[in-house]
Design a binder for this molecule. Structure first.
Ligand code: ZN
Length: 259
């Protein structure tokens, strides 16, 4: 389904984990982020893109390599692919592919495109790297902490910030590296201060155009990490705050183990 739409930005939301796929359109370019999950949902994104692509160049941007975010990498073979250097250098690409195969096998899902680990054409190596995609200037920032290979993308002329699995309104931080996660949140904070962010699109949950909401999400994430480090009991507060805590509980426990 379409979760958010304005002139340049359409955000699709999967029925699974409220996973998003943003489609950004300008005169010369279309950028899709993390096309995902179920076959009919991927098909809906494809139909949407095909109906609007015209002479535009298509780009697919991967925010990180978790399997839910690369599950439809094979569905857009004509696109120029973008991801971080760490995404390209990921040692265990087989794991990501096996996660997809396990998921599809579990639910008897077949797909009309190959399951592949994408080959990346534009590699993001450093903070602030700028690339012009068609007629859109984008700046990229390394965003480790949830995974090692995350990136933030700021679509400059449109003020859209694509953050992957950070700053969700439906998930607390899922941490792989605590220090890296904290500094990525600080980076998000300074991007917000530095640029006029008009829309923030997380990998799971709701897109927001409200600056206060964006700031709150950063503070909420930082607060979670501080309490995690201090060993404070957060269970009841998390249960009250997150509708899906029943399922997220194990991930909170996993975060404690990361410490
Ligand atoms: Zn995810």
């Amino acid at each position: 389904m379409i979760q958010f739409q304005n002139e340049h930005l359409t955000v699709f939301q999967s029925a699974l984990y409220q996973t998003t796929s943003a489609v950004i359109q300008t005169e010369k370019a279309m950028i899709i982020t993390d096309p995902n999950w179920l076959p009919h949902e991927v098909e809906a994104i494809k139909v949407f893109v095909e109906s609007r692509i015209g002479n535009r160049q298509l780009y697919v941007l991967f925010t990180h390599s978790d399997f839910d975010h690369i599950i439809a990498a094979g569905a857009f073979p004509q696109a120029i692919k973008i991801a971080s250097a760490a995404f390209v250098d990921l040692v265990d690409k087989e794991k990501a592919l096996n996660d997809i195969k396990d998921f599809d096998a579990q639910y008897y899902i077949t797909r009309d495109y190959p399951i592949i680990y994408p080959t990346i054409d534009i590699v993001i190596r450093q903070d602030g790297q700028r690339e012009v995609l068609g007629d859109i200037a984008c700046s990229f920032y390394l965003a480790p902490g949830h995974t090692e290979d995350g990136i933030f993308t700021f679509v400059e002329p449109l003020g859209i910030l694509l953050v992957g699995d950070y700053l969700s309104n439906v998930e607390f931080p899922l941490v792989n590296n605590l220090l890296a996660y904290e500094s990525t949140l600080q980076k998000a904070k300074s991007l917000l201060e530095q640029f006029g962010v008009q829309a923030l699109v997380p990998g799971h949950g709701q897109t927001t155009t409200d600056t206060l909401e964006m700031e709150n999400r950063i503070e909420e994430s930082l607060d979670y990490l501080i309490k995690l480090q201090q060993g404070m009991n957060q269970e009841q507060a998390l249960e009250a705050r997150y509708s899906f805590y029943r399922s997220l509980k194990a991930l909170h426990e996993a975060n404690k183990q990361v410490l």
